[in-house]
Design a protein around this ligand. Structure first.
Ligand SMILES: Cc1cc2nc3c(=O)[nH]c(=O)nc-3n(C[C@H](O)[C@H](O)[C@H](O)COP(=O)(O)OP(=O)(O)OC[C@H]3O[C@@H](n4cnc5c(N)ncnc54)[C@H](O)[C@@H]3O)c2cc1C
Ligand code: FES
Length: 262
């Protein structure tokens, strides 16, 4: 596609190991850094030479969509959970190894100013909201609600929910949403996480008249707008179309998503 960013190979500057299968890969690239906005993602994979070496272990060569987690002064971070073959190949990389990237891809979160903002993340929905928070923190009052399966899926925020109750409040993070919207007089909600969480958040925010922007984590094949495998129904019940999460998204106005069709 004509407007798809070119493929680049960039050496990993450093790697941070976190608990629970999470890790962060850092790269330096001034030009790419200037192009990124919160909500955007890259298609990334370990460089081919690494895959060749691993072919005997049947490591797949597909690119994986990963959000920009941090971006400042030329340094870009990817906060990743090792969940399968692709992310496990990325998890083996260390400083100095080469990463192949296409991006930044997709649209970005609309930036607001002078608002009472709620960030709502579930599991690996955390990274894009972390980048967003840093960009808007000086111009808004922000409260951050995060939920995960267990303690290892929890990162710095204002209120934590875990399914197993190992830390924070026990239950699904959406159980705390309505109270926070009311008590903090929330005007704008940004969300990213699993589909059931986004669906429920959308209902609650709509009921309270809260402006809501959501980043959808659809399954992606090409990641660059060609295959239409990531399409989601957007519009009203009378007039809607399938839009691609990788191209027109990943961020949508939650009121435009036809949640009942998903
Ligand atoms: C726009 C976008 C941004 C993303 N940003 C990040 C990020 O910053 N950090 C991060 O760790 N992950 C992120 N993801 C999810 C990440 O792309 C997947 O976890 C990864 O592709 C899994 O690949 P795999 O080969 O390791 O595992 P697979 O073998 O492909 O899958 C392993 C397990 O993860 C589930 N899974 C795979 N992809 C998704 C998905 N898109 N949504 C929900 N479940 C999925 C599968 O059902 C399976 O259970 C993002 C996804 C999208 C679409
Ligand atoms: S993943 Fe192919 S069009 Fe979006």
């Amino acid at each position: 596609m004509k407007d798809t960013p070119e493929l680049r190979s960039i050496a990993i500057y450093s790697r941070e190991e976190l608990c629970g299968g999470y890790f962060v890969l850092w790269i330096w690239d001034d030009e790419l850094s200037k192009q990124c906005s919160p909500g955007q993602f890259f298609e990334i994979r370990a460089q081919a030479s690494f895959h060749d070496a691993w072919d005997s272990q049947r490591i797949p060569k597909l690119f994986k969509p990963i959000s920009v987690y941090d971006n400042s002064g030329g340094r870009i971070g990817f906060f990743i959970k090792n969940v399968g073959a692709g992310t496990s190949a990325l998890a083996r990389l260390k400083a100095g190894d080469m990463l192949e990237l296409i991006g930044p891809l997709g649209n970005s979160f609309p930036v607001v100013s002078g608002k009472r903002v709620l960030l709502l993340s579930g599991g690996i929905g955390y990274p894009p909201l972390s980048y967003l928070q840093k960009e808007i923190i000086n111009h808004n009052l922000i409260f951050w609600l995060h939920g995960g399966a267990t303690q290892a899926d929890v990162f710095p925020c204002d209120e934590v929910w875990t399914v197993d109750g190992s830390i924070g409040k026990q239950g699904m993070v959406t159980q705390g949403l309505e109270d926070v919207i009311i008590n903090k007089k929330i005007e704008v909600l940004y969300s990213c996480g699993p589909l059931p969480m986004l669906k429920q958040a959308s209902e609650i925010a709509f009921r309270h008249g809260v402006e809501h922007y959501t980043s959808m984590e659809a399954y992606m094949a090409c990641g660059i707008g060609v295959c239409h495998g990531c399409a989601v129904p957007i519009g009203s019940h009378d007039d809607w179309d399938y839009l691609r999460v990788c191209k027109e998204g990943p961020v949508f106005n939650a009121n435009d998503v036809l949640w009942s069709e998903l």
